[in-house]
Structure formats: C-alpha cells, structure tokens
Design a binder for this molecule. Sequence first.
Ligand code: C2E
Ligand code: MG
Ligand code: MG
Length: 258
Amino acid sequence: MMESADALAADLPRALEHRELVLHYQPKLHLATDRVREVEALLRWQHPKHGLLLPGAFLTGRIDGDVALVLGRWVVRAALDQCAAWVAEGADLGVCVNFSPRQFDDPALPMALDELLADAGLPPARLNLEITEVAAVVAMDRTAARVRELRRRGLHVTLDDFGTGFSSLTWLQQLPVTMRKLDQSFTTQLGKHSQTDAIVDSVVRLAHSLELEIIAEGVETAGQLTHLRRLEFDYAQGFHICRPVPAEHVLPYVRRPR
Ligand code: C2E
Ligand code: MG
Ligand code: MG
C-alpha cells in the first residue's frame, strides 16, 4: 500500500542520502523560432518500493523546514550541473527550477545561488527560478524585493501558475519577473469559450506591454498550440510538445529537426 504523503516526506532525508531523487526535464518551446531555449527541472523520486513518484505524492507543506532547504539546494545543484553538461556539449540551453516559498525567502539564497552557479561554471542568465503566483502574493513586498535582487544579479524569475493567485495589477506591474507562465487551466479552455480567449488575449498584451515574456503550460493538443501561436505567446510547454523526460533524452529532442 502507498504511504501517505507526510510519511513519504519524512523519508526524504534517507532518499537524498541513497540518491533516489532524480530530475526530469520538460522543454519550453520558443514559438517564434520553434527552438527549445530552456527546460524545466521537475523532481522525481525513484522509490525502491513504489516506483517513480511525482512531487504531488511527497512534496507536502509539512516537510521539515531544514529538509526543504537541503532538498531545494540539491535540486538547484543537480539542475545546474546538468545544464553545464549540455552547454559543454554545445547546446544553448537554460534551466528552470521550481522554488518553494521557504526556499525563495531564505535570506542566504542569493549568495548560495552565486556559489552554485560558480561551482557549475555557468553565468546567472542560465538559471530561471519559478515561483507560483499563489506563493508570491503571500508576502508581496518581500517577494518583489527578492525578485528585484535576483534580477539585478542577472538571474531570471518566472511567475508560475499565473492567473490563480489573485495578484493586483498594481503589484504585478512592479514585479520585474522575466516571464509569466499562464496556468494550465487557461490553456485547457482555449478555443472553448470566447470569454476565456478574450481574457488570455489581454493577458498576453499586458505582459508584452510590460516587456515580459509569456508562456502557456499544459499544452495537450495541436489545436491549443495553434491558438497560442495566434495569440502571440512567446513560449509553450506541455505533453503535446514534449513530456518531462530523463536528462539523456533532452539533447536528442532539442536537436531534432522540426
Ligand atoms: P509546475 O511547476 O506547475 O509543473 C507543471 C506540472 O504539470 C508538472 O507536474 C508537469 O509534469 C505537468 N505537466 C506538464 N505538461 C503537462 C500537460 O500537458 N498536461 C498535464 N496534465 N500536465 C502537464 P509534476 O512534475 O508532477 O510537478 C507538479 C508540481 O510540483 C510542479 O508544478 C511544481 O510546482 C512542483 N515541483 C516539481 N518539481 C519541484 C522541485 O524541484 N521543487 C519544488 N519546490 N517544487 C517542485
Ligand atoms: Mg513550474
Ligand atoms: Mg505551473
């Protein structure tokens, strides 16, 4: 029987020690060029009893704070080392990492990232930090200050699950993220309701008028991708384009003629 998420979460230190955690990577397709410029790292647990587990099965809000920081650091290091290996093979690729609120708020984060980037031999622009809009609005001023600080250092920041967090337009306007990732719930509705299409269209225009890039996640059909191109999205991501895959599948996918 599957253990509860909390029981699994409590077992994470052991999993880290036994190297059971792995990252899969999902490409982000740049629509104007049909090129992959960035991939998102997604955490997986190769569990000895339960097989490959997705984050929903074990990343709970109740993970011990210190464990969350150690795990987060492991993810960044693994993603940067992998990215450095791709760059060394001649690929022009950046990597995106999902950050928990605790990790993003950590006062030591900027210095820690400097160190990890230096260890991997990568410039800051290769790393894109994803934070969910829901997490970002909890402490708006602190989030905004942190985003500005990271951007000053040359890192990228993406607002994930955008459209689900009830942010105010005033605040969004002052949040200098590189990219906004429109939540999958909007992608799913594209072409089904003219109202959703109109909202999404205005979201794209607003992002572009602020010189931010906009990406859609959860693209599952060719029709959705066509809609996104028509709406002038910058990037798209989803099973229809490519599922999250183990690291060794990334370069063959990126280099595939299309
Ligand atoms: P997310 O960052 O919004 O990632 C998108 C999720 O949607 C991923 O689920 C991905 O596999 C899935 N997905 C991608 N394309 C499609 C599609 O076309 N259709 C559908 N139905 N799903 C799609 P996954 O890998 O299970 O991750 C779930 C969430 O767990 C992520 O949502 C992210 O918030 C969190 N997460 C993943 N890796 C990490 C990590 O290293 N650290 C932290 N703190 N959170 C992580
Ligand atoms: Mg994400
Ligand atoms: Mg998302």
